[in-house]
Design a binder for this molecule. Structure first.
Ligand code: GRF
Length: 212
């Protein structure tokens, strides 16, 4: 299954995808990596010979024009799946329409709690005892699309947003490649109401023991 990954930062989720693909745990190939800025994570693609593109909002008249350009660049690679692997911008109508129910995002909170920015900080502020991450389909809202998989981690005494985020990211790095693999294998069917096959080997939710 051909995918395009979108990133904004260091790309640890992108690295987990590449490593899962290289280890045969994720039956996908990365056709291109696109960023909204000169993200450090682009080097992960460059060192593997995967094409990279940068589509910066400031180069466009407005958000809609940027979003249309992003959709055009994505479409050049004819992806079967678009993976927001740490993409820190909200994709707009052009993207959501062009790749309807084919865009997945990883979010560092147990949605529908704590959408938007700083999921881990929101979890600390709310005093929840369980936090985690969610892989979901992207719709027109902010972190509102159908949930595909979640993993939970405990919030430990003394945690701050950074330590909690680090614990959550360990789970993101398992969950995102596993979901992509489930889509590639056809055990997860995407759509407005995504569905796992009854015999899907991958559990749609996971409560994982943290490395303490
Ligand atoms: C992750 O925590 C992801 O959930 C959020 O952005 C962060 C990106 O991290 N959407 P990285 O760049 O993959 O390390």
């Amino acid at each position: 299954m051909k995918l395009v990954a979108l990133i904004s930062g260091r790309g640890s989720n992108l690295r987990s995808l590449f490593e899962a693909i290289e280890a045969g745990r994720c039956r996908a190939s990365v056709a291109a990596v696109i960023a909204d800025k000169d993200a450090p994570g682009l080097s992960l693609a460059q060192e593997r010979g995967v094409p990279t593109r940068v589509v910066k909002p400031k180069d466009y008249a407005n958000r809609a024009a940027w979003d249309r350009a992003l959709a055009e660049v994505c479409a050049e690679y004819a992806p079967e799946l678009v993976v927001l692997a740490g993409f820190m911008r909200i994709v707009g109508e052009a993207m959501v329409e062009r790749f309807a129910w084919r865009i997945v995002n990883v979010h560092p909170a147990l949605l529908p709690s704590f959408p938007g920015v700083d999921g881990p900080a929101q979890a600390i502020a709310a005093g929840v005892r369980l936090a985690g991450c969610t892989v979901h389909l992207v719709d027109r809202g902010v972190d509102t699309g159908p949930i595909l998989a979640q993993a939970a981690v405990p919030v430990l005494p003394g945690d701050d947003a950074a330590s909690l985020h680090a614990r959550i990211q360990v789970q993101e790095h398992h969950l995102l490649p596993a979901v992509v693999d489930a889509v590639a294998r056809g055990t997860l069917t995407l759509g407005q109401r995504p569905a796992y096959a009854a015999d899907a080997p991958f559990p749609p939710s996971a409560l994982r023991a943290p490395a303490l």
